[in-house]
Design a protein around this ligand. Structure first.
Ligand SMILES: NC(=O)CC[C@H](N)C(=O)O
Length: 344
């Protein structure tokens, strides 16, 4: 008897889990094959270190709220999280300052502008939302801590709660962005002028560059997404990564602002809260069901991963994941990749 049949004999549930998961694995393989050959898009070069990525890198991962993880392709290849850090740091700011405290410094309105636009809301002097660079820098400024070291450690602890493992910074990406990030510096100092960022503006900028340089895999993104899908609880570790009452704040901003000036089109077509980053990652959330992580460096003109968008759109269509598609959006994905619950 080999180990597999042994295990099945001991626990018939393991056999059932394998049977339920096999078709979904095939779906992912098919999806990967369908989009691997795409030649559209270009790898980001404005952060010099990102230009070193190979355009053929392509990984997909789906993590369920039951703690199952599916992956295909370059799902274990580390890359810098970049803007995908923004909703998670927004969640952290909400925990540190409460809703009113955060909303005094950043709005919740989509901009329809590029992610690095130098604009503030003229009526309030606030950046428009926490998903564009201006709003994200203002949000990072809200991370509490006595000094730079403590704030950095709290940031890393937050990433750890969401991924379920230690997260490290890619120092080359950090230095590359710190040296060339004049536009972000300009945005931060403009906000300092309006009191949307405090006195430690330089320290917060460094922290922002560090948060963007955190190394993740698309498997990590799937788990981070699944944590939001499960109301703030990491399905692999059981740890609470974000206070459940703030999950809806994060997901609604992701749905309306997560894909920058493509956000409307994205919400219309895909109907999933999501966030993209310039290294080529996308995280998407199917509330109550799963997180999706995709990595592929070539970006479209708006800074979103070309293959990442295609994969999420296909998954949304194939499994009826659009938030407003049906009363039980996501049910078919749940059925096809989740095992029957133990005892259920
Ligand atoms: N869209 C992004 O991922 C942008 C993040 C990048 N670190 C920047 O500030 O320009």
């Amino acid at each position: 008897m080999n180990a597999e049949t042994d295990a099945e004999a001991i626990d018939p549930l393991i056999g059932k889990m394998r049977a339920a998961a096999a078709p979904f694995r095939k779906t992912l393989q098919e999806l990967h094959r369908r989009h691997a050959g795409l030649a559209d898009g270009a790898v980001a070069t404005y952060i010099p270190e990102l230009a070193l990525a190979d355009p053929s890198w392509f990984g997909i991962s789906v993590a369920t709220v039951d703690g199952l993880v599916f992956e295909i392709g370059d799902s274990g290849r580390p890359f810098s999280i970049q803007s995908i850090s923004k909703p998670f740091v927004f969640g952290m700011a909400l925990q540190d300052h409460g809703r009113d405290g955060v909303l005094r410094r950043v709005g919740v309105e989509p901009t329809g502008e590029a992610f690095n636009a130098i604009i503030l809301d003229e009526a309030t002097n606030r950046p428009f939302n926490p998903m564009v660079n201006a709003g994200a820098i203002a949000t990072t400024d809200l991370i509490e801590g006595a000094d730079a070291g403590e704030r950095f450690k709290r940031l890393m602890a937050m990433f750890r709660r969401f991924t379920g493992r230690d997260v490290h910074i890619d120092n080359a990406v950090f230095l590359s962005e710190r040296t060339t990030g004049h536009r972000n510096r300009a945005i931060a100092h403009l906000m300092r002028n309006f009191g949307m960022v405090g006195d430690r503006v330089e320290e917060s900028l460094e922290l922002y560059f560090q948060q963007c340089s955190a190394l993740v895999t698309c498997r990590d993104l799937a788990v981070m997404g699944a944590t939001l899908a499960d109301g703030g609880r990491n399905p692999l570790t059981g740890e609470t990564a974000l206070e459940p009452s703030y999950v809806k704040d994060v997901l609604s901003i992701m749905l309306t602002c997560g894909m920058y000036d493509f956000a409307g089109e994205w919400a219309y077509r895909t109907g999933l809260p999501a966030k993209s980053g310039v290294a080529g990652g996308i995280v998407a959330v199917v509330p109550g069901v799963a997180g999706i992580g995709v990595y592929s460096p070539p970006l479209d003109a708006k800074g979103n991963s070309v293959r990442g968008i295609r994969v999420c759109q296909d998954l949304s269509q194939e499994f009826g994941l659009h938030a407003f598609e049906a009363r039980f959006a996501g049910a078919s994905l749940r059925d096809s990749c989740n095992p029957p619950r133990r005892g259920g």
